[in-house]
Design a protein around this ligand. Structure first.
Ligand code: SAH
Length: 283
């Protein structure tokens, strides 16, 4: 373990007064921040952060004012507009503004809208990608989002839209037919409806699924289940959002890749969960 972490020497960009850097904070574990994010945290006058950004990450910017911009009160679009206007005001006051969002700012995070509004108001921006929960969160659960024997594609889906409903533009039947592995963000509220739609479209009830809650944080919990039992198992477990749902056989890989369990001393449950019967690296 090491206490201090200097940035490697190099040409790190300067966060200039009047700029907004829109930055992903990753799924939770501060170790998953990018070096650009650390560089930004060190320079910011103001950090405007979302609900899913861990407090520990804000401690990396002790010099900055910290402003919480989590969505409350069921009026997300009005509040979203407020956030964008606040960013513009702060930039025009000459602040070095860091807008910090959970995961990656451009993955179901409305980062595109915020950045567009800033550009429309002539505020200069820089985008710093982050590790998205649907990739990094699954990796912390020991689930590879792609695995050669399982999937050559992956579909990222949001379980609800701005109104809180399952997005009407989503064609679940097509997703069920065309997606080898489905990774669902914000899926807890409507899990029953989502699972039913996938089952109705022909996905087997026995299909492996995982629910990864508070991924990469100290509170991470993982539920392994099947498509047919997922909704009921979530209800019985009492698990709460934030959670990523993963539907597909890559979930089986957790039986050999639950590396956090192995660090804690658990042996791997099954060295060949996909039943290949040959070494994993062979063609
Ligand atoms: N921009 C974010 C996603 C924002 S939408 C990203 O790229 O990860 C918010 C949803 O992301 C949550 O409802 C949940 O589905 C997922 N999520 C974010 N952080 C998570 C975490 N630590 N564990 C599990 N799910 C998470």
């Amino acid at each position: 373990m090491t206490d201090s972490l200097p940035l490697p020497t190099g040409q790190w960009p300067e966060l200039l007064p009047g700029w907004v850097w829109l930055c992903g904070a990753g799924p939770g574990d501060p170790g998953l921040l990018t070096l650009h994010a650390v560089n930004a945290l060190r320079q910011a006058d103001v950090v405007i952060y979302d609900a899913l950004v861990q407090e520990a990450i804000l401690e990396w910017a002790p010099q900055a004012e910290h402003i919480y911009a989590g969505k409350r009160g069921g009026k997300p679009s009005a509040i979203q507009r407020d956030i964008s206007l606040r960013l513009i005001d702060l930039a025009r006051e000459g602040k070095r503004v860091l807008r910090l969002k959970g995961g990656d700012p451009f993955v179901f995070g409305r980062g595109g809208e915020e950045a567009q509004t800033l550009v429309q108001h002539s505020v200069p921006v820089r985008i710093i990608p982050g590790i998205s929960a649907g990739i990094g969160g699954l990796a912390y659960a020991g689930i590879p989002v792609t695995h050669r024997d399982v999937n050559q594609s992956v579909t990222f889906v949001t379980g609800h839209d701005q109104s809180g409903e399952t997005p009407s533009s989503l064609d679940w039947a097509s997703i069920a037919k065309g997606s080898q592995v489905i990774v669902i963000y914000m899926g807890m509220k409507h899990v029953e409806r989502i699972a039913t739609s996938l089952l109705d479209a022909g996905r087997p009830a026995s299909e492996p699924c995982a629910v990864v809650c508070a991924a990469t944080t100290g509170a991470q919990e993982v539920l392994e289940t099947t498509l047919g039992s997922m909704a009921q198992d979530i209800a019985q477990s009492g698990l709460e959002p934030p959670a990523i749902l993963c539907v597909g056989r890559s979930v089986l890989m957790r039986q050999v890749l639950d590396w956090q369990g192995m660090i804690a001393g658990d042996p791997p449950r099954n060295l060949d969960p996909l039943g290949r019967g040959r070494p994993a690296e062979s063609a």
